[in-house]
Design a binder for this molecule. Structure first.
Ligand SMILES: *[C@@H]1O[C@H](CO)[C@@H](O)[C@H](O)[C@H]1NC(C)=O
Length: 299
């Protein structure tokens, strides 16, 4: 079984539990300088690699809610949304267009990939849902190995943690359009993430109408925004996905460390509009950054 399928299955079997994918960027700190294109490594465990240009791009796909395909109708689209022509295939088309346009190295499906009560055959629904991703052979989907090198880490959850609610008062970028639906019990996840020290950002799903990012105790929490057309949404508020983009710093002879992590969202509109770009993390020893802000202290 491919690891992509495995991830999707995990989120299928545990739709309401934290399906956690922790990505240590140190494991991707291994670019292949000779590669003309992203290297394909078939057998898991997958050492994720930065591209030859020192970048690594993740596509977060939250809440596809796939049913049976062409027969499964869209929810909450406007009167210009295609009527009976609007189906799960719109979700499929969005995923394919995104992969073609953004060319991610990894896709994180953060849960509710299928809509259990609508899908007559869950496994088949899941395969259909992720089929555009399977067509692109260079794409990887993986649980992550551990290394003890210091490097920023990213985590992927389905359900937000309770503290995300506080961002309403403290600030966020993006849209906060519905209540944060999280467990009523606070199991201390935030404290755990903070104590890990290297987790810089957590990517969430579950609340389709939220797509904001906000910072809690030095860790960013970012929603992907609802992706699938059979899941609830809001007419004239395009379905969307989040991109996470990381770049390496160039050392003397090779790439040295992770330089920055940026994110933005892509809308399923005609132009695949890119919105709300922001920097989530920047290496504190990044000279270009330091010089830009403290020119007289130059190092
Ligand atoms: C869904 O796809 C149909 C058929 O291509 C199209 O007519 C319709 O506009 C799409 N709906 C949305 C909301 O994108």
């Amino acid at each position: 079984m491919s690891s992509s399928l495995l991830i999707a299955l995990v989120s299928l079997l545990l739709p309401c539990l934290l399906s956690l994918l922790l990505l240590h960027l140190s494991t991707v700190l291994d670019p292949d300088p000779d590669a003309a294109a992203p290297r394909v490594k078939k057998a898991p465990p997958l050492p994720l690699r930065f591209r030859h240009d020192g970048t690594f791009k993740i596509l977060q796909v939250a809440d596809m809610h796939f049913g049976n395909g062409a027969a499964t109708r869209c929810r909450d689209v406007g009167p210009d949304g295609g009527g009976a022509l609007c189906s799960d295939l719109n979700t499929t088309r969005f995923l394919r267009r995104l992969i073609e346009a953004e060319k991610p190295d990894l896709i994180a499906f953060t849960g509710d990939n299928i809509f259990g009560t609508s899908a007559t055959d869950a496994a088949e629904s899941l395969l259909k849902a992720i089929s555009p991703a399977m067509e692109f052979k260079h794409l990887k989907f993986s649980f992550i190995g551990q290394k003890n090198l210091y490097a920023p880490a990213l985590a992927f959850f389905h359900i937000p943690i309770p503290e995300v609610r506080e961002l309403w008062y403290t600030g966020f970028k993006g849209q906060y359009q519905e209540g944060v639906a999280c467990s009523t019990v606070n199991s201390g996840v935030l404290g755990t993430l903070v104590s890990m020290g290297d987790v810089k950002a957590v990517f969430l799903g579950h609340d389709h109408l939220n797509d904001f990012c906000g910072s809690l105790n030095g860790i960013w929490f970012c929603y992907g925004g609802g992706f699938g057309y059979h899941g609830y949404g809001r007419p004239h508020w395009p379905r969307r996905a989040r991109v996470i983009y990381s770049g390496l710093k160039k050392g003397q002879r090779s790439w040295s460390e992770v330089k920055s992590i940026r994110t933005w969202k892509v809308l399923d509109d005609e132009k695949l509009s890119k919105i709300d770009e922001q920097v989530l993390w920047r290496c504190s020893t990044d000279d270009s950054h330091r010089n830009a802000f403290y020119p007289r202290q130059g190092v």
